[in-house]
Design a protein around this ligand. Structure first.
Ligand code: SF4
Length: 92
C-alpha cells in the first residue's frame, strides 16, 4: 500500500531511510513481527521534522489516514486519543 504523505521533510518519504513504505502499514496489530514493524515505523517518526503536522492531519481523520502509523501513532492510539479528547470536552 502506498499513500501520499507529507513530502517536505517527511522521513517516510526518504527511500534512503525507509526503502519500503509498507513499513507504516502493518497487517495487524499484534504479534512479535507486527509489533517490531510498528516500533520500527514509530522510530522513523520520532525524528521526523513534520511529525506534529502529520499527527494533526491524521487525527483530523479521512480515509487516507485511517490505517497505519502516522505521526508516530498507530490507528488504535489515534482512535483512543480522539475518544479521550471528546470525553475531556464533555467533562468540561
Ligand atoms: S511523522 Fe512519520 S508518518 Fe508522518 S511524515 Fe513523518 S515519518 Fe512520515
Amino acid at each position: 500500500m502506498s499513500i501520499k504523505r507529507l513530502s517536505d521533510g517527511a522521513r517516510c518519504a526518504d527511500r534512503s531511510i525507509v526503502p519500503d513504505p509498507d513499513l507504516f502499514f502493518p497487517d495487524g496489530t499484534s504479534g512479535d513481527q507486527i509489533e517490531a514493524q510498528i516500533e520500527a515505523a514509530k522510530q522513523v517518526c520520532q525524528k521526523c521534522p513534520v511529525r506534529r503536522q502529520c499527527l494533526v492531519t491524521a487525527l483530523a481523520g479521512g480515509t487516507s489516514t485511517a490505517y497505519g502509523v502516522w505521526g508516530g501513532e498507530t490507528e488504535t492510539q489515534r482512535r483512543y486519543n480522539r475518544h479521550a479528547k471528546v470525553a475531556a470536552r464533555s467533562a468540561a
